[in-house]
Design a protein around this ligand. Structure first.
Ligand code: CAA
Length: 260
């Protein structure tokens, strides 16, 4: 797939998406958001993709936020349309059947932090910095940051980070539960690839069902979430992978799961 602001690479079921506007620190302009929207729709229909890695071009930034040169010309109406495009693009990530890992190689500020938060989990370089600096621009986060950050780290911590526009380093972000792993810059992509390969070897139906159960379940009460889990557990048996996985265990051999 060819894009103007994205690099798309696919190898053995693992897709790597590189946001590619390094001169603007990969800032999310309307065109890039639209390309991500198109790409996520295509991924949703591609049963050959097991895992997606999302990263930023260059050694400085994952994404330094929404493109401020576009924000500077917006009014209330166009800002709502812009926020809507960004929010719906990011909402697609949770709906994809395959895991999406944010590989945060540098600044993840504003919309960049929001994009990382929208992914299923985050691996970060020791050099990465996270923050929602919108208040310094007279704005608030508009791509889900007030919602996803509060859900991830709690309302009080989210409000402190938003109100002060404080930037935090990867290790602090990990301590807050924002980031799963912090790695030296030269090992970041390699480790993310290893995790992706581990996931890619699992049964794709069971991975998709686990992802959906977590994302849907976290929004509802425990009883309702557990009910969804039970239904998803039942659905696992509609795939030959459940028979293969359990038989392989009993036969003391390695399971070979289906490709789709
Ligand atoms: N939008 C547009 N351009 C950006 C940008 C952004 N968010 N962030 C950086 N750039 C551009 C700079 O304008 C600069 O371009 P020129 O070389 O043409 O001048 C280039 O990227 C390099 O940036 P700096 O020279 O500023 O690099 P630095 O190392 O001195 O600083 C930085 C790096 C701390 C990340 C700084 O660039 C910065 O603070 N960026 C803005 C961060 C921000 O406020 N993000 C929130 C945006 S609002 C938002 O995201 C709203 C929302 O939720 C929807």
């Amino acid at each position: 797939m060819e894009f103007k602001n994205l690099i798309y690479e696919k190898e053995e079921g693992i897709v790597r998406i590189t946001l590619n506007r390094p001169k603007a620190l990969n800032a999310l302009n309307a065109e890039l958001i639209s390309e991500l929207n198109v790409l996520f729709d295509a991924l949703a229909a591609d049963d050959g993709v097991r895992v997606v890695l999302l990263t930023g071009a260059g050694d400085k930034a994952f994404v330094a936020g929404a493109d401020i040169s576009e924000l500077a010309h917006m009014d209330s109406f166009s800002a709502r349309i812009f926020a809507d495009a960004g929010q719906s693009m990011m909402a697609k990530i949770a709906l994809l059947p395959m895991p999406v890992i944010a590989v945060v190689n540098g600044f993840a500020l504003g919309g960049g932090c929001e994009l990382a938060l929208a992914c299923d989990f985050i691996y970060a370089s020791e050099k990465a910095m996270f923050g929602l600096p919108e208040e310094t621009l007279g704005l608030i986060p508009g791509f889900g940051g007030t919602q996803r950050l509060a859900r991830r780290v709690g309302a009080a911590m989210a409000m402190e980070l938003i109100f002060t526009a404080k930037r935090i380093k990867a290790e602090e972000a990990k301590a807050l539960g924002l980031v799963n792993r912090v790695l030296p810059p030269e090992q970041l992509m390699e480790e993310a690839q290893k995790t992706a390969a581990t996931i890619a070897a699992m049964g794709p139906a069971a991975i998709a069902l686990a992802k959906a159960a977590v994302h849907r379940g976290i929004e509802v009460d425990l009883i309702s979430g557990s009910y969804m889990e039970k239904e998803a557990f039942g659905l696992c048996f509609a795939s030959p992978d459940a028979k293969e996985g359990t038989s392989a265990f009993l036969e003391k051999r390695k399971a070979v799961f289906s490709k789709t």
